[in-house]
Design a protein around this ligand. Structure first.
Ligand code: BGC
Length: 379
C-alpha cells in the first residue's frame, strides 16, 4: 500500500470513516515478479501486476518494459482487458507483434532513410520500414530487450520501475544510454508512465508507450465507433513515406480535426494526403511542452469506458491500427484491421533531421524526462 493510501486510511479513521475504507478499498497494490516464460535465447522474462480497489489491473513484463494487460470495468462494472497483446513471450517475438504495449525507442517513430548527423558525425541506422528507420531498429531496440525491474513506492502510487542500459553503439545510436520507465497505478485510476534517460555522449532519444487500445475489449470489432478528442490545432503533414515535410498545418477543415469528440470512422475514408491506410499522424499538442496537460480522450459509447491521455511531450502519434490484419492475440482472439488505436505521446517524427522541431538530442549531464498518464474511467 502506498504512503498516500495509508495516510488516507488513517484520515478516514480519524474522521470516523472506517466504513468508507471498508467499502471503497481503492488503494493500488503491486504483486510479482512472476515468471512469464523465456525469450528464444533463454533469457527469463518476469511479470508484475498492479491493481487497485476499483477493479483496474495492469500487467507489465520485463521484455520491452511492456504493458501486456489492462483490465478496466465498464459503466456496469463488467471488466475487460482493453489492450492488445499475447499470452506468451513467443507471441511477442513473432511476426504477429506490431509493438503491442511496449516501450519504444531509443527513437520511437521514423528517422528518414535511417540517417542523421550529430556533432559532425554521420550515423546510419537499420532501415526496417522502407526506406526509413522505425521504432529504434531491428534486434536490440528497447521493445525487444529484457529490462531489469523492481517495485517502487512513489507519491503517485506503488508501481514498477524498469531499467535498461543500452551500450554505446547499440542499434547504431551513439552513447551509453541509461533508461528508466516507471509505471504506477493510483487509486484514481491513473496509470502513470514516467520515463528518464541519461547518456555519456550526445544522442537522440524519443521514448513512448505503444499500447493498442480497444475500449470495448481487445479482440472486439473495429474502433471506428470510438469517439476521440485530440488537444491539437496543428499536425505535421508527411511525404508518402510518412516523414514530416517540416510544415505545421492546421487541422481545421481536415479529417484530422479532433478538437471536439468525433467518431473515428466519421472521416477516415476522406484521408487523402497520407500514404497510411487510415490515421497515422503526429499531432502538435496545444499548451506548453514540459507541463502535464491533456493530449487526448477516447470513449467507447457502448461500454462507457473512457481513456484520458495526459503528457508532458510536444506531440502525439494517433495510429488507427491500419496494419492489423487479423493476427491471433491473447486468449485466441483475432485483431482485425483498425481494431485498436495507439495514442503515442512523443516528440515529432524525424525530429533529429528537422532543426525547427523540438529537439530530441540528449547531452551528457542532462536528464530526459517524459510523463504520460492514462486515466481510465467509465460513465
Ligand atoms: C506507426 C505506424 C506503424 C506502427 C507499427 C506506429 O507508431 O506510426 O506507422 O505501422 O507504429 O506498429
Amino acid at each position: 500500500m502506498s504512503r498516500a493510501c495509508a495516510s488516507r486510511l488513517m484520515l478516514s479513521a480519524f474522521l470516523g470513516g472506517w466504513m468508507v475504507c471498508l467499502v471503497s478499498p481503492a488503494c493500488a497494490e503491486v504483486s510479482g515478479p512472476e515468471p512469464f516464460g523465456k525469450t528464444s535465447d533463454g533469457t527469463p522474462v518476469e511479470r508484475y501486476t498492479l491493481s487497485n480497489g476499483n477493479g483496474v489491473v495492469a500487467k507489465l513484463m520485463t521484455r520491452g518494459a511492456t504493458l501486456t494487460e489492462l483490465h478496466v470495468p465498464d459503466k456496469e462494472g463488467n471488466v475487460a482487458d482493453v489492450v492488445l497483446g499475447f499470452d506468451s513471450v513467443a507471441g511477442y517475438e513473432s511476426e504477429a507483434n506490431q509493438y503491442f504495449g511496449c516501450t519504444t525507442g531509443r527513437v520511437a517513430n521514423r528517422i528518414a532513410e535511417g540517417k542523421f548527423t550529430l556533432d559532425g558525425e554521420e550515423y546510419t541506422l537499420a532501415i526496417n520500414n522502407e526506406p526509413n528507420h522505425l521504432h529504434g531498429g531491428t534486434e536490440r531496440s528497447l521493445d525487444k530487450v529484457v529490462w531489469d525491474a523492481k517495485t517502487v513506492k512513489t507519491k503517485f502510487g506503488d508501481g514498477v520501475r524498469f531499467t535498461y542500459v543500452s551500450p554505446d553503439g547499440e542499434e547504431g545510436y551513439p552513447g551509453k544510454l541509461r533508461v528508466t520507465v516507471t509505471y504506477t497505478l493510483s487509486d484514481d485510476n491513473d496509470l502513470r508512465i514516467s520515463y528518464t534517460a541519461s547518456t555519456d555522449k550526445a544522442t537522440p532519444v524519443n521514448l513512448t508507450n505503444h499500447s493498442y487500445f480497444n475500449l470495448a475489449g481487445h479482440g472486439s470489432d473495429t474502433v471506428l465507433d470510438h469517439r476521440l478528442k485530440i488537444n491539437a490545432d496543428k499536425y505535421t503533414p508527411t511525404d508518402d513515406t510518412l516523414i514530416p515535410t517540416g510544415e505545421l498545418a492546421a487541422v481545421e477543415g481536415t479529417p484530422l480535426d479532433f478538437r471536439k469528440m468525433k467518431r473515428i470512422g466519421k472521416q477516415i475514408e476522406q484521408l487523402v494526403d497520407t500514404a497510411a491506410l487510415g490515421y497515422d499522424h503526429n499531432f502538435v499538442l496545444n499548451g506548453e511542452a514540459g507541463k502535464l496537460r491533456l493530449a487526448a480522450r477516447l470513449k467507447d459509447p457502448k461500454s462507457g469506458r473512457i481513456l484520458t491521455v495526459r503528457t508532458t511531450e510536444p506531440g502525439i502519434q494517433f495510429y488507427s491500427g491500419n496494419f492489423l490484419h487479423g493476427q491471433t492475440g491473447k486468449g485466441g482472439k483475432e485483431y482485425p484491421l483498425r481494431s485498436a488505436v495507439c495514442l503515442e505521446t512523443q516528440h515529432f517524427p524525424n525530429s533529429v533531421n528537422e532543426p525547427d522541431f523540438p529537439s530530441v538530442i540528449l547531452k551528457p549531464g542532462e536528464k530526459y524526462r517524459h510523463v504520460c498518464v492514462y486515466t481510465l474511467k467509465a460513465e
